[in-house]
Write a protein that binds this ligand. Structure first.
Ligand SMILES: *[C@@H]1O[C@H](CO)[C@@H](O)[C@H](O)[C@H]1NC(C)=O
Ligand SMILES: *[C@@H]1O[C@H](CO)[C@@H](O)[C@H](O)[C@H]1NC(C)=O
Length: 321
């Protein structure tokens, strides 16, 4: 859009320079005006060269994106994260998956009081457009000995960002430890309200999925129903931004096990037949709820033995909880 505007204004300024030039050329033939017109033609020549260089640069910068990709609805991917030894590995893996997806903004939100330069450096290196924010879990939820509502303040911070900055497109919660086939991203772009699809490897049932009977959504298959209206996995649904913005109070509850259900319920009114069924009408698996084995924090480096070696630098790259 911006580029198109620049092209038109550059084009019109070229023609005004040209008409000025021909106007002065038809005047008297004295040495003064000859010198003037040489200067003027020189100016025109330099100006035209500059314009072609700018246009060429603009053309080159557009080259990586096929024209069909420019108009695609944007995707907003909300990824909660937290400090742990696996953090940079997980973000790197997910980041390079997202790098295959056009017109996407990655909202990486850490459960912390301040951002970590190592995370920012990793995100910079991957090169996917991103916003890196923090959203610490409220203290009262940290105290509990029961399951903690992990990632909820992060995801709600993401929703707040979208209400401020996004007007169209689709939102998806992509945890950093899951596995995604990139075709699901192309499918979810065109969701009109809410879309759902199967998620592999969830508990011993092997999959969490909407049940489709006679072409219609007819309940859910999940290892644990727990009185939920929407017993789905976080990786198994996406929401249209306009639809979200029409529901200003929609958010995720601080209720372990009921995060997805609470958020989807807060999107009411939503009829079952308004839910788009992706991944070949839920007959395919394109996302998996995977989990990396937890690793113990790295031991401290013996700085006496390894002073003046590369290990001193590498040690600064390790995330310790
Ligand atoms: C953030 O700050 C609060 C209050 O200063 C502190 O109690 C809490 O432990 C901090 N959280 C983290 C994750 O460092
Ligand atoms: C660190 O290395 C030095 C030199 O090799 C050794 O004397 C010392 O015991 C080591 N310290 C620890 C804590 O292992």
């Amino acid at each position: 859009m911006k580029g198109g505007g620049a092209y038109i204004s550059i084009g019109s300024s070229t023609s005004s320079i040209n008409s000025m030039g021909s106007g002065s050329g038809s005047g008297s033939g004295s040495k003064m005006t000859l010198g003037k017109s040489v200067k003027m033609y020189l100016t025109i020549f330099i100006a035209t060269t500059c314009i072609y260089m700018v246009l060429y640069q603009y053309h080159m910068s557009r080259e990586p994106f096929a024209p069909s990709e420019v108009g695609k609805p944007p995707l907003y991917i909300i990824t909660p994260t937290y400090r742990r030894p696996e953090q940079l590995a997980e973000l790197t893996r997910l980041g390079y998956t997202l790098k295959h997806v056009a017109n996407l903004l990655w909202l990486v939100i850490e459960d912390a009081n301040k951002t970590n330069p190592l995370v920012a450096h990793t995100l910079d290196r991957i090169g996917v457009p991103y916003e890196y924010m923090v959203a610490p879990m409220p203290e009262k939820y940290k105290q509990t000995k029961k399951a903690k509502p992990r990632g909820v303040s992060n995801r709600n911070r993401g929703l707040e960002y979208l209400r401020q900055h996004a007007t169209e497109g689709v939102l998806y919660f992509a945890d950093d430890d899951n596995t995604y086939d990139i075709s699901i991203f192309e499918q979810m772009r065109y969701i009109s309200k809410v879309g759902m699809w199967p998620v592999g490897l969830v508990t011993k049932t092997g999959v969490s999925s909407p049940i489709i009977r006679n072409g219609k959504l007819d309940g859910y298959y999940d290892g644990w129903i727990g009185g939920r209206k929407y017993p789905v996995d976080m990786a198994g649904f996406a929401v249209n931004i306009k639809f979200l913005r029409q529901r200003p109070h929609a958010q995720m509850p601080f209720k372990p096990g009921y995060e997805e259900d609470g958020f989807l319920r807060s999107l009411a009114p939503l009829d079952n037949d308004e839910i788009d069924l992706l991944a070949d009408e839920c007959r395919d698996i394109l996302t998996w709820h995977t989990q990396t084995k937890k690793n113990p924090p790295a031991q401290a480096l013996n700085k006496t033995r390894y002073s003046n070696t590369n290990l001193v630098h590498i040690d600064k790259l390790l995330v310790r909880p």
